[in-house]
Design a protein around this ligand. Structure first.
Ligand SMILES: Nc1ncnc2c1ncn2[C@@H]1O[C@H](COP(=O)(O)OP(=O)(O)OP(=O)(O)O)[C@@H](O)[C@H]1O
Ligand SMILES: [Mg+2]
Length: 229
């Protein structure tokens, strides 16, 4: 791998005192600027994998090396996330009491970016996701697709090298889902970010450079006519 941004080897994650083996020895390597989709049935471990890759949680076994840094040696995973990672959650997790713009600014508060700069970047990102005219709306005043676009803008606020999106199109109709994916893959092209997309929608998964198929916590060969879910 010439320019790997992330290398995960032998990832194991168990829940319920080891009774549930959500990840059972997963190897994943991502090149800089690569767009990879992750497919597999419900409960197969896709979100768990994304959480390990995105430094949201630590594996019970195996290693994750992000940009040459072994995450096991990082005591403060929150700092790694704040600096390098953008996460679009399966349920977009916007703060209901904050406006769209304030939600986008939030990751920059943790990075102590000055207020004027935060506002400038939030405005620019909302413009990029075509929501400049909704900046002062709160999540409950936005449509599902608009909320998802705010969540994407928020994930990009810290200028991450790695964007992990967990079913960002799950609750959208097909046209809105396609627009969200156009946006994400366009940002990959423009900004050179590495993009990992979990999706049940095979037509979206096929637009990636490569697909990773998960079954029962393991990566399995991705047959060309494999079912999506
Ligand atoms: N916090 C937790 N405690 C206990 N079990 C968990 C926890 N999180 C996930 N699991 C279990 O781990 C397995 C993998 O879950 P995961 O959320 O990674 O699946 P998924 O592939 O993302 O599914 P979906 O497509 O439904 O989102 C499932 O059996 C799930 O029940
Ligand atoms: Mg999931």
């Amino acid at each position: 791998m010439k320019d790997a941004v992330l290398i995960a080897e032998g990832l194991v994650k168990t829940y319920d005192q080891g009774r549930i083996r959500a990840l059972d020895g997963v190897d994943v390597a991502l090149d800089r600027g690569e767009f990879v989709s992750v497919i597999g049935p419900s409960g197969s471990g896709k979100s768990t994998l994304l959480h390990m890759l995105g430094a949201l949680d630590r594996p019970d076994g195996g290693t994750v090396v992000l940009d040459g840094v072994d995450l096991a040696s990082e005591r403060r995973l929150d700092r790694v996330r704040a600096r390098s990672i953008g996460f679009v959650f399966q349920l977009h997790n916007l703060i209901p009491t904050l406006t769209a713009a304030e939600n986008v600014e939030l990751p920059l508060v943790a990075l102590r970016v000055p207020r004027a700069e935060r506002r400038r970047r939030a405005a620019e990102l909302l413009e990029a996701v075509e929501l400049a005219d909704r900046a002062r709306h709160r999540p409950n005043q936005l449509s599902g697709g608009q909320r998802q676009r705010v969540a994407i803008a928020r994930a990009l606020a810290n200028e991450p090298k790695l964007v992990l999106a967990d079913e960002p199109t799950g609750d959208l109709d097909q046209a809105a889902g396609k627009r969200v994916l156009d946006l994400l893959s366009g940002l990959r092209d423009e900004r050179g970010i590495t993009l990992v997309l979990v999706t049940h929608d095979l037509s979206l998964a096929e637009r990636a450079d490569r697909r990773i198929r998960i079954l029962d916590g393991r990566v399995v060969p991705d047959g060309s006519h494999a079912a999506g879910s």
